[in-house]
Design a protein around this ligand. Structure first.
Ligand SMILES: [Zn+2]
Length: 160
């Protein structure tokens, strides 16, 4: 599956972030109910960290977006996610098309950072045990989303 489509499925793991305070707000309402449904035990002190909207603020730092490499844009995956072979490039692409491709004509705003070039990353080294438990739940949730996105992609490809 193309990494750009995958980025689209997983980029929104946070609700909002405060640049000045370096705090990212994450909602756990779905994550907690899913985990409890699966029979996971979550410590009560951990749950108490969440506010009335089941959100928490965690410290974060910005890292260069891995999907666009910090450029803020990438080629629209509908153009080249299947991989362009040299044959296609030479025989099916006109000179104008080639020009457009290399000059960024087919570029779209990055699916992960939405053109911001950087993305927030939780600063795990600054978290205690309880907060780390929440991060672990978040990471499991995101992995599930990745798996689900891959499965859907596979199904569509197979024509189900
Ligand atoms: Zn990006």
């Amino acid at each position: 599956m193309d990494y750009r489509y995958l980025a689209k499925a997983t980029s929104q793991w946070w609700e909002s972030y405060d640049k000045a305070k370096r705090l990212v707000r994450i909602s756990f309402s779905d994550i907690i109910s899913e985990a409890l449904e699966l029979g996971e035990e979550i410590n009560n002190d951990t749950l108490k960290l969440l506010d009335k909207d089941e959100c928490i603020l965690l410290p974060f730092k910005f890292v260069v977006c891995g999907t666009c490499g910090g450029s803020g844009t990438h080629v629209n995956p509908s153009i080249d996610s299947h991989g362009i072979t040299m044959d296609e490039w030479d025989s099916e692409w006109s000179y104008d098309d080639q020009e457009r491709y290399t000059s960024g004509f087919y570029d779209v705003q990055c699916y992960e950072c939405n053109g911001k070039r950087v993305v927030p990353e939780i600063e795990k080294t600054r978290l205690d045990k309880r907060k780390m438990e929440l991060v672990r739940l978040l990471e499991e949730h995101m992995q599930d989303r990745i798996d689900a996105a891959k499965e859907r992609y596979h199904e569509v490809k197979m024509g189900y």
